[in-house]
Design a binder for this molecule. Structure first.
Ligand code: MG
Length: 337
């Protein structure tokens, strides 16, 4: 097997702001794994919050090139478990490798990954579309562009959160979900949850910083809305800490290291009676379509990453107002434009 990487710079339709920062361009790593005349493609959109950059991901993958060279891609389960130990500091690099291997297997067997996993894409939940933080006027304007989408995720974490939600409520009848990206306190979360519920919000994603896990017990007990872990739900080993503190988990392939650990997290969440969501970073159709391959196993989806960009280098699933239309083509089902 030969593994090569390159960087693609994804341009965003609107500057994307969450409670801890803004961006106009997101660099991602595309990995290509060639073996036996077939190329499998993977992606990693590294996040500084998790200590990763495109450089660190490319260096981590370059570091396992020789080790990979003589492996058989069909023993991908073993490869990925061993790679997880070698790539301990770069789950994003592991994700790129995992996706490229899964894509390769599907292409070699000429089947979409969802079929190899026994999944029916017609059973996929709808996905949210995200409105980033901005001035109230601009958030209303951005929502008007997508007012007929049924599910909207609103990034919150500003002093005027409730005022913003009230204004957005006048624009659409969509169900809202909010994501505070760690910006709230326990008290604030409990207080805001009541009015948010009245405004048609379905749940709150990661209200508090990940080190406030114990304080989440009170929020879990008193919040009017369910709370879903994101920054507290990174790896499979995080999941057993979450019952009684969160009602569900947001899995992202680039946080956990790809399809294999994501499936482990889903199994654990189900055993612990937690809801399951698959989310994404700003990423191309490679990463988002890979997430959607296991979408039929979830309760909630947030796979709008590619839909927020203007220069997606790949074609994959189609984001149709939140309905994800999957390509019935081999592997991840993505083609370079
Ligand atoms: Mg989140």
């Amino acid at each position: 097997m030969r593994l090569t990487t390159r960087v693609e710079r994804l341009r965003l339709r609107h500057t994307f702001t969450i409670s801890r920062g803004s961006e106009d361009v997101t660099p991602v790593v595309i990995a290509e794994l060639e073996h036996d005349g077939i190329v499998g493609t993977g992606e990693a959109s590294p996040s500084k919050f998790y200590g990763e950059t495109t450089e660190s991901v490319r260096a981590a993958l370059a570091g396992i090139e020789d080790w990979l060279a003589f492996r058989d891609p069909f023993s991908y389960h073993h490869i990925l478990e061993e790679a997880a130990a070698r790539l301990e500091k770069s789950r994003a690099a592991l994700c790129a490798l995992d996706l490229a291997l899964n894509d390769w297997i599907g292409r070699r067997l000429d089947q979409p990954l969802f079929r190899l996993l026994g999944l029916d894409p017609e059973r996929m939940p709808l996905s949210t579309f995200t409105i980033g933080i901005d001035t109230l006027e601009r958030m209303v304007e951005k929502l008007r562009e997508v007012a007929d989408f049924p599910l909207i995720k609103v990034k919150v974490g500003m002093p005027n959160d409730l005022e913003v939600l009230r204004a957005l409520r006048n624009v659409t009848r969509a169900t809202f979900r909010v994501d505070a990206n760690c910006a709230w306190t326990a008290r604030e979360t409990i207080e805001k949850s009541r009015e948010l519920e009245a405004l048609g919000v379905e749940f709150i994603e990661q209200p508090m910083p990940p080190d406030q896990l114990d304080a989440m017990e009170e929020v879990h007990a008193k919040s009017a809305l369910p709370v879903i872990a994101d920054e507290n739900s990174v790896l499979p080993r995080d999941v057993p800490k979450l019952p009684g503190r969160f009602h569900g988990i947001n899995i992202k392939l680039v946080k956990c290291g790809g399809i294999l650990p994501a499936l482990q997290m889903i199994s654990m969440a189900r055993a612990l009676d937690l809801k399951v969501m698959i989310g994404c970073m700003i990423e191309s159709s490679v990463g988002c379509t890979a997430g959607a391959q296991i979408g039929p196993l979830t309760d909630y989806l947030d796979l709008d990453g590619a839909a927020l960009t203007t220069n997606d280098p790949y074609r994959g699933m189609i984001f149709d107002k939140g309905r994800l239309r999957m390509p019935y083509s081999p592997g991840l089902g993505v083609v370079r434009r």
